[in-house]
Write a protein that binds this ligand. Sequence first.
Ligand SMILES: [Fe+2]
Ligand SMILES: [Fe+2]
Length: 330
Amino acid sequence: MSAPLPEPRGPVSERVLRMLRGDGPSSAPLVSTGDDVLQDEDAQLSLWLLLELHHRGLQGVDPELEWDPQVIGLRRDLEQVHLAALRELVRDRLALVDPDDDLARQIGTLLAQDDGPSVADFLARRADTEQFLDFLRQRSIYHLKESDPHAFVVPRLDGPAKVALAELQYDEFGAGRPAGLHSLLFAQALRACGLDPSYGAYLDGARASTLAVNTTMSIFGLHRRWRGAAMGHLAAFESTSSMPCRRISTGARRLGLPDAVAVYYDEHIEADAVHEQLAIRNICVPLVADEPELREDVLLGVAACLALDALAGREQLALWHAGATEEVAV
Ligand SMILES: [Fe+2]
Ligand SMILES: [Fe+2]
């Protein structure tokens, strides 16, 4: 149920792992200097581990550390650096938004300007089986706790936005049927492909960009102050899911992967078309109508989701293309 402790990837995660194992603090630096924290696997793994204490916990780690002041302090320091980098990453995107538009149009502007590469197209048409499995392993970091980060926001909302978030998450959490839990559907897809469906099994292979997608969701979900960003992130996430899921499902069938893979993605084709409308019209719009000061945060959440997805997609495609080039060179 909880994640296994990974190998450290540098001085920061070394320090965090020592702290989590109860070996005491070390004097290692907080963040590797000169690195972009969003693409720094040492920093991202550290943040992921500290945030995971609030999700399912870590194997062999005292659950009391979730609220340990030293652990929280380190997490806060890393979060501040992460959030500063995130603001920088989305600055240009947010500049495209017309301040006089209504919120739904502003979100639409950001979605229309999305410049992320299409990993889904590559999976549909060109990926080989190992590339597809690589994709599933990276995505397992999120899908095995699908929708959990956004669930932290439920008690922070009220009125129509709260009702709509509960409606959306009712689907994500199985619509009343344990067998329909989306995280379980993904675990079944992994198992059917001969991959390890246990929680956090592929943490050691998770790239910085994969981890950054996840740490951002958890930071937004865990801080009441970022509830607007969490809901903006959800809106972008759902709005960029339905069509790609159709293509990914096509790719799974093209490669003859077990049905459980296409079943997972097919489930999201229609569901996320509905969730897109729910998240924008029924969550973000009433939330900002109720708390107008959250508008900027909602838009930041939208832009953050798109920018981080684009980062992860570019890295994923670059690695695959590099692999293809190496094969040709051999
Ligand atoms: Fe889902
Ligand atoms: Fe969804």
